[in-house]
Design a protein around this ligand. Structure first.
Ligand SMILES: *Cc1c(COP(=O)(O)O)cnc(C)c1O
Length: 240
């Protein structure tokens, strides 16, 4: 892993964040959707705690991290600072089986659950004094060998498993579509709604995490409720 890097100054960071926030609002307007229906997740991987503090002070609440050791250091740092108080932390990296405890003990959300064994461990390891861990199932919507995520046809079974876990709150789906796939967003939205209809007992099924720096407007036009934006806010990353 490369060192934490501070590539832009705080004024540029704030400008970028305002631009992205505006882009989200405009995409909602174009799609005739309420701006409140889309959450901006600021993806802060490889970026320093100070940059997170700067945005938190502006009112940015949700931050996403991919690398556990780095994330836990930053979460600890931000907990000590007044700006860090209301931050909601999302884990969006791949999950190794022996790292589930770190996720269960430090995050508010995890967006990359794809197997029951991982969900079960997260449930068992979620501390009793914390709220249930919010969970999104990552779907391999393009059936790519290289991609993580559960296959659409495996979803129903995984949902049934996760539903039974009291320390987890199942919230919805997350995708990272293949570049060439122009209708992955629409297909995932359809999948999301089918599950909503076939599982009316799932209260809290309300989150469809799709869209990143390059395609957030398109994702919002297709029903995304959470866009995960790194580069457009924090600047380029090195080495990831
Ligand atoms: C890094 C990352 C993002 C942000 O990507 P950008 O193109 O920098 O906006 C979003 N989602 C996931 C899962 C990521 O790993």
């Amino acid at each position: 892993m490369k060192d934490i890097e501070n590539t832009i100054d705080s004024q540029e960071l704030i400008n970028n964040w305002e631009q992205v926030s505006k882009q989200v609002t405009q995409a909602c307007e174009s799609a005739e959707r309420q701006a409140a229906g889309v959450t901006l997740l600021a993806v802060s991987k490889t970026k320093p705690a100070d940059m997170i503090a700067t945005l938190a002070q502006q009112g940015q609440q949700h931050f996403g991290e991919n690398y556990l050791q780095e994330a836990i250091e930053k979460i600890g740092n931000l907990k000590q600072r007044p700006e860090g108080k209301g931050i909601i932390w999302h884990y969006i990296g791949s999950i190794q089986r022996n790292k589930t405890r770190d996720i269960a003990e430090n995050f508010d959300w995890v967006q990359t659950v794809e197997r029951d064994i991982i969900a079960k461990r997260l449930n068992d390891q979620r501390p009793a004094e914390m709220l249930p861990l919010n969970v999104l199932i990552q779907v391999n919507i393009d059936n790519e060998d290289s991609k993580s995520g559960c296959l659409p046809e495996q979803l129903s079974e995984l949902i049934t498993d996760i539903k039974g876990y009291e320390r987890l709150q199942l919230r919805g789906l997350m995708i990272i579509p293949a570049k060439a796939d122009t209708n992955a967003f629409a297909r995932t939205k359809q999948l999301f709604e089918e599950i909503q209809h076939s599982h009316p007992e799932l209260n809290g099924w309300d989150t469809l995490s799709m869209g990143m720096s390059g395609d957030m407007s398109e994702a919002i036009a297709n029903g995304s409720t959470m866009v995960r934006v790194g580069t457009a806010i924090f600047g380029a990353r090195d080495g990831h």
